[in-house]
Design a protein around this ligand. Structure first.
Ligand SMILES: O=C(O)c1cc(=O)[nH]c(=O)n1[C@@H]1O[C@H](COP(=O)(O)O)[C@@H](O)[C@H]1O
Length: 284
């Protein structure tokens, strides 16, 4: 199964559009694990176990591991997800972007070392910085398009005077990803839940691509508006998926010993909000 097929299968199996983000911050762990980076694996594995049947995808954020010299724990975590949640694809949030020869090493890290099913990338350095990842058949590649942060405007909302139609930069990225760059059907786009109008625009420009949409939960994005803007489906089938990510709101729903149960409750709540927002006539 390729990444997109895995995503569709997980969506059907778990009736979920929720991507559970794994951004482990030891300073927010419950006692007695607080401030102990050696517990990153234990914390994340408990979250995975508590949400395995609720998630459309898991998204570990690599910086939260690397900053604590915990890459070995990340490897171990991906191996655990394969066993505990074998139907749930893993998006490694790395946001890489570099010249081809270096990108080859990053691609190897994501797909061979960690065994991720998909990766997030910055498209800033152009198509040759994306190509090495496309050499891995069946793997998914999400390109940053219209990010959830306020500073996303600085570049992404600039107009490109030299491109026919003078699109905004994020619109141009969406068109490239839907069209000429998507040689092997592996591309998807990242669009922030904090900007539903832009999600709608990206969806219009990229009708068949999976969208990774972070920004509900801690960043305050509206789950209902997000789904209505980005979800494409009919009564018969889902045409193009969205994976709506929430990290901190789930991970730190409780600071106590009940953190995993609280994470499950918050994941259930978010999943239900996303399901309820699907347009009428769409598959339940
Ligand atoms: O690529 C991402 O995942 C991403 C893109 C974006 O535009 N905004 C964004 O917040 N993210 C990531 O999504 C997660 C959001 O976390 P919460 O705000 O805690 O739900 C973090 O891991 C971010 O790095």
């Amino acid at each position: 199964m390729n990444f997109v097929e895995m995503l569709h299968a997980a969506e059907r199996r778990h009736q979920s559009l929720l991507c559970v983000g794994l951004d482990p911050d030891p300073a927010r762990f419950p006692h007695p694990w607080r401030n102990d980076p050696a517990r990153i694996y234990d914390f994340c594995a408990a979250i995975v176990d508590a949400t395995a049947d609720l998630a459309l995808a898991f998204k570990p954020q690599i910086a939260y591991f690397a900053a604590h010299r915990a890459e070995d724990q990340l490897e171990h975590l991906l191996a655990h997800i394969r066993v505990a949640a074998p139907h749930v694809p893993i998006i490694l949030d790395a946001k890489r972007g570099d010249i081809g020869s270096t990108a080859e090493q990053y691609a190897r890290e994501a797909f061979e070392r960690y065994g991720a099913d998909a990766v997030t990338l910055s498209p800033f350095m152009g198509f040759d910085s994306i190509q090495p990842y496309l050499q891995y058949p069946g793997k998914g590649v999400f390109l940053l398009c219209r990010t959830s942060n306020p500073g996303g405007d600085d570049l992404q909302n600039q107009r490109l005077a030299s491109v026919p139609g003078q699109p905004l930069l994020y619109e141009h990225i969406a068109r490239l990803a839907q069209g000429p760059w998507n040689l092997s059907g592996q591309l998807g786009l990242v669009v922030g839940a904090t900007y539903p109008q832009e999600i709608e625009r990206v969806r219009a420009l990229a009708p068949t691509l999976p969208l990774l949409i972070p920004g509900v939960g801690a960043q305050g994005g509206d789950a209902n508006a997000t789904v209505r803007a980005g979800w494409r489906g009919s009564a018969q089938q889902t045409e193009a998926l969205i994976a709506v990510n929430s990290s901190r709101a789930i991970l730190y729903a409780s600071a106590g010993a009940d953190f995993a149960q609280a994470a499950r409750r918050e994941a259930e709540r978010t999943r239900a909000l996303l399901q309820a927002a699907r347009p009428l006539g769409a598959p339940a």
